[in-house]
Every structure is written in structure tokens, then in C-alpha cells.
Design a protein around this ligand. Structure first.
Ligand SMILES: Cc1cc2nc3c(=O)[nH]c(=O)nc-3n(C[C@H](O)[C@H](O)[C@H](O)COP(=O)(O)OP(=O)(O)OC[C@H]3O[C@@H](n4cnc5c(N)ncnc54)[C@H](O)[C@@H]3O)c2cc1C
Length: 481
């Protein structure tokens, strides 16, 4: 009997047949995350429900020398949960309890499979919430948010996941359980929680988290401003911050996206405008009044076409629905979208917008643009059809150039989606070989057998793929191999 079959039998007796999947149809559901260009089937999908079960799965994987890749909701956009070396897809969505909301210490203690939104919903009776709010928050899990250091529209003011996690319970790749800080974030010695957040499941598997909750603002004001061009919207964003105003959020979407959202949701958006900028202010009434004046001056100075402040929470929800449905709505015009998340200094927004447009034109690729504009986090979405390999090749080349552009403008490769398998090749834009080697050495301390999420984040020396990696479409396309 093969190792895999023996492992399967042991896993079935450990957590039940129903939670160990191996039929081709079941495995196909787990062949990628939201980055659908890179697909690789796992050999087994395992869905444990408790920390003890996760620990036993990891111990068995070590015994049989089989790789395991943690997976939350699979909404990641860099192929982080894709089993590029095969093995076990270790799905944590059954561990979804909010264990405690502690209003006195303003924290939540949760299992990692809890969705991001469920934490804020559980905290609502105490007028608290978990600030990082990825657009995927209805589905994405706290474990995935921690692994990717997720951000969202309100990151501009309230930070990324790393700024809102106090402590973690983690199962290391050898099966040992450790606690990195807890109800208070410890800054004594090495900040292991800080190291773990953003490590994309390569240093171990988080099973529980203590999350910082913050009070809901007493007043919120949200506006839409329409501009002739993305560049004018981008300049407005820079001007607002330069005037000392940090809105809770500043998000921008382009004409193409605007039209797709309006066609699918019929919200009454102005589809003739070249860009829609959403600005949200929060705080007390005096703070908001002062900020509002500055914001209105800045949008006018940049030739705003029209401004509309939401008059009630229903209107505000409508505005956010438009933004949070953007990527889904693009499915109306292309079967696949490749969303990048390079970051640039905010002051370079206007220049980056023009150059990305030119890159799209040069490679004949349609690019829709949705930006966390306030923190310079670009989300160009390259639209394509995965079956058209010539088009995919052009998409990969355009993406490569856009990421190079972000780094050359003083920015970096990823603001929130991570490196995963998607940006391995581009890591050399941001890091030299000594820096990459330091990352490899660090990973090998935690993950010496490289069984925990292999093939991610740090490229192997002088290789664009990794030995043992399943053939990915990007590697099949010769210009990039
Ligand atoms: C429509 C859409 C909108 C999005 N908007 C945003 C956004 O605004 N901001 C943003 O930051 N991201 C966004 N994303 C990307 C994605 O939702 C986030 O990266 C999210 O944090 C992934 O969570 P997940 O549960 O789906 O994780 P998965 O995709 O399942 O996994 C992501 C990574 O986390 C690792 N992982 C998962 N669970 C654990 C664990 N318990 N321990 C260790 N490692 C683990 C996986 O191995 C993988 O490397 C969006 C995605 C989509 C599809």
C-alpha cells in the first residue's frame, strides 16, 4: 500500500471519513485559491475541527513525509493556499468559533476559521469591531488574514492585520504547539507574533488568535466624488493627505469597473465619469466638519465633476456595496481577472496610473483599476481568458512589468495579498540574494523539512520554479520559464 493510502486511512480513523476528501471531483474544488492562473491538485483534503486534530494531522504528515498546506476560505489572491507540491490541503474552516468577546480589554479570542466579518458581528453588541476589513470579509478567515497580513479599505487609518492582532496559538510544522503573546502583545525578546503574521502559512499553522477590537466611531460621513480621469482622483488623494487629513478610507475605481458594477447592481452610479473616489471620514462632529471642508476644497481643486455625501446609513452601505462588488462585477466582461496589489508611495499615484495604462496598451491587455488609493495600494485587474495561452503570456508579462514599476517608483510588490507562488519570480526586484537567503534560513528554523506550505514566498536560488513543483501554467509558457 502506498504511503498516501496508509496516511489516508489513518486520517480517516482520526477525524472521520466525511472530512478526508480524495475523489477527483472533491479535489478539484481545492485546486487553487482566488488566483486561478496557478492550479495544482492536492492529493488529499483534510478538514479537522479541533486543535488536537490539526496537531495529529501534522504529526502524521511528518511521519509520512507528505507536504501540508493550510487553507482558510481560499479567497487568497497569490496562490498561497494552492498545493503546488501536492500533499494535504489542510482546511481550517470548521474551526470557526468566536470563543470570547472581552469588552473590558477590548479583544476577541477566536478560532482561526472564523470569518473576518463574524468577529465584528460578534463584537457589535459592545459597539466594538475588528478594524481590518478586506473586501472578502464575508468569506475570508482570520487565519488567512493573519497569514497574508490582510488589509482593507480602512487600513489607511487603522492599520493592517499585524496592527490589530495581540497574540496567537500556533502549531509548528513539527506538530509542537506554541503561544506567541496572548491577551497583550508582548514586546519582550523576539516578537514571534510579528514574525508569524504575513508569513503566508510557511512557519506553522495558527489555530487561535487574540484580536484587538476598537470602538465604533460616533460619527461617520461617506462621500462619492466623480472625476474626468483617474489621474485627477489620484492627485486629490495625495492633496488630502498633504493637508493633514487621514480619512478612514479613500478608495478609487475606474470607468470600466464603474460600468460593470452599475450594470450588475443598478445603484445609480455615474458611468460617464472616468473615476469614482470614495472618501470616508470618521470621528467626532468637530473633527469631521474640519476634515470635510479640506476634502471638499481638494476635490474641487482637481476639477471634480460631482460630489455626493451619503445622507444615511443605507446610502453609505450602497456606496460600500459598489466598492466591495467591484472584482466580482468584472466577471461580466472577462472570464478571468488577475488582480495585482503592488504598492507605491502615494505621491506617485498619478504617475503609476498613467504608466500602468501604457503597459496594458503595449501588451494589448484590458486592465480594470480599483485602488486602496489612500495607502498607495494599487489593484490593477488584468482581464483575460485562461484558455487563450497567448493572452495569458501577455498578462504575465504585463503583470511582471507592473510589479517592476511599483518597486522602481519606491514601492513594493504586495500591500496585502502576499507573494504566494504568484510573485516568486518578482521577489528579486525587491530583495537581493543575501536578503532572500536570510529568509530561507529563517524559514528552515521553523520549517526544517519544508513540509509546511512548500514552494511559496521565497524563491529557490537561480530558479523560477522549485524542484518538485507541479507544472503550473505560468511555467509552461516558455518566455517566462
Ligand atoms: C473579491 C476579493 C476581494 C479581496 N479583497 C481583499 C482586500 O481588500 N484586502 C486583502 O488583504 N485581501 C483581499 N483579498 C484576498 C484574500 O481575501 C485575503 O488574502 C484573505 O486574507 C485570505 O483569507 P482566506 O481565509 O481566504 O485564506 P486562504 O486563501 O485560504 O489562504 C491564504 C494564505 O493563508 C494561509 N493560511 C490560511 N489559514 C492559515 C492558518 N490558520 N495558519 C497559517 N496559514 C494559514 C494559506 O496557506 C495561504 O498561504 C480579496 C480576495 C477576493 C477574492
Amino acid at each position: 500500500m502506498s504511503n498516501l493510502l496508509k496516511l489516508k486511512e489513518k486520517l480517516e480513523s482520526l477525524i472521520g471519513k466525511y472530512y478526508v476528501l480524495s475523489s477527483p471531483v472533491d479535489l478539484a474544488v481545492y485546486d487553487s485559491d482566488g488566483e486561478t492562473l496557478d492550479k495544482a491538485l492536492p492529493d488529499l483534503v483534510v478538514l479537522p475541527a479541533t486543535t488536537d486534530e490539526v496537531q495529529e494531522v501534522i504529526k502524521l504528515a511528518n511521519e509520512y513525509n507528505i507536504p501540508f498546506t493550510p487553507r482558510g476560505a481560499g479567497t487568497g489572491l497569490s496562490g498561497g493556499a494552492t498545493t503546488v507540491m501536492g500533499g494535504i490541503s489542510l482546511v481550517l474552516t470548521r474551526m470557526n468559533r468566536v470563543l470570547e468577546i472581552d469588552p473590558v480589554n477590548m479583544l476577541a479570542h477566536v478560532e482561526v476559521g472564523a470569518t473576518n466579518l463574524s468577529v465584528s458581528e460578534a463584537a457589535l453588541p459592545y459597539n466594538l469591531y475588528f478594524a481590518p476589513d478586506p473586501s472578502s470579509q464575508m468569506a475570508s478567515t482570520i487565519g488567512g488574514n493573519i497569514a497574508e497580513n490582510a488589509g482593507g479599505a480602512h487600513t489607511l487609518k487603522y492599520g493592517l492585520t499585524e496592527n490589530n492582532v495581540l497574540g496567537l496559538k500556533v502549531i509548528l510544522p513539527d506538530g509542537n504547539i506554541v503561544q506567541f503573546a496572548g491577551k497583550t502583545r508582548t514586546h519582550l525578546g523576539v516578537d514571534f507574533a510579528g514574525l508569524f503574521i504575513g508569513s503566508e502559512g510557511t512557519l506553522g499553522i495558527a489555530v487561535e488568535a487574540y484580536l484587538r477590537l476598537i470602538p465604533r466611531a460616533s460619527k461617520v460621513e461617506t462621500m462619492i466624488a466623480y472625476f474626468e480621469t483617474l489621474e485627477a482622483g489620484g492627485q486629490t488623494v495625495s492633496d488630502i493627505v498633504a493637508h493633514g487629513v487621514i480619512p478612514a478610507a479613500m478608495e478609487m475605481i475606474d470607468k470600466l469597473t464603474l460600468k460593470c458594477v452599475e450594470d450588475s447592481l443598478h445603484l445609480g452610479l455615474d458611468i460617464n465619469a472616468g473615476a469614482m473616489l470614495i472618501i470616508e471620514l470618521d470621528g467626532n462632529a468637530i473633527e469631521i466638519a474640519e476634515a470635510k471642508e479640506i476634502v471638499e476644497n481638494c476635490v474641487r481643486k482637481n476639477g471634480v465633476l460631482s460630489i455626493k455625501w451619503a445622507e444615511n446609513s443605507k446610502e453609505r452601505q450602497k456606496i460600500w456595496k459598489a466598492r466591495k462588488s467591484s472584482f466580482g462585477a468584472l466577471g461580466r466582461i472577462a472570464p478571468h481577472g488577475y488582480v495585482l496589489d503592488g504598492v507605491i508611495p502615494r505621491s506617485k499615484l498619478k504617475e503609476a496610473i498613467s504608466k500602468i495604462r501604457r503597459i496594458g496598451e503595449e501588451h494589448n491587455i484590458q486592465i480594470a483599476n480599483v485602488y486602496h488609493a489612500g495607502d498607495g495600494n494599487l489593484h490593477p485587474c488584468l482581464l483575460y481568458n485562461r484558455d487563450d495561452h497567448n493572452q495569458v503570456r501577455r498578462v504575465l508579462l504585463a503583470a511582471h512589468e507592473i510589479l517592476e514599476l511599483c518597486v522602481s517608483l519606491g514601492g513594493t510588490l504586495s500591500g496585502e495579498h502576499g507573494i504566494g507562488v504568484e510573485k516568486l519570480r518578482e521577489m528579486s526586484f525587491a530583495f537581493n540574494e543575501d536578503e532572500l537567503e536570510a529568509m530561507r534560513q529563517l524559514r528552515s528554523v521553523f520549517n526544517p523539512k519544508n513540509l509546511c506550505n512548500p514552494g511559496k514566498v521565497v524563491p529557490q536560488p537561480k530558479s523560477c520554479g522549485e524542484s518538485g513543483m507541479r507544472p503550473l501554467l505560468r511555467h509552461k509558457l516558455s518566455e517566462l520559464s
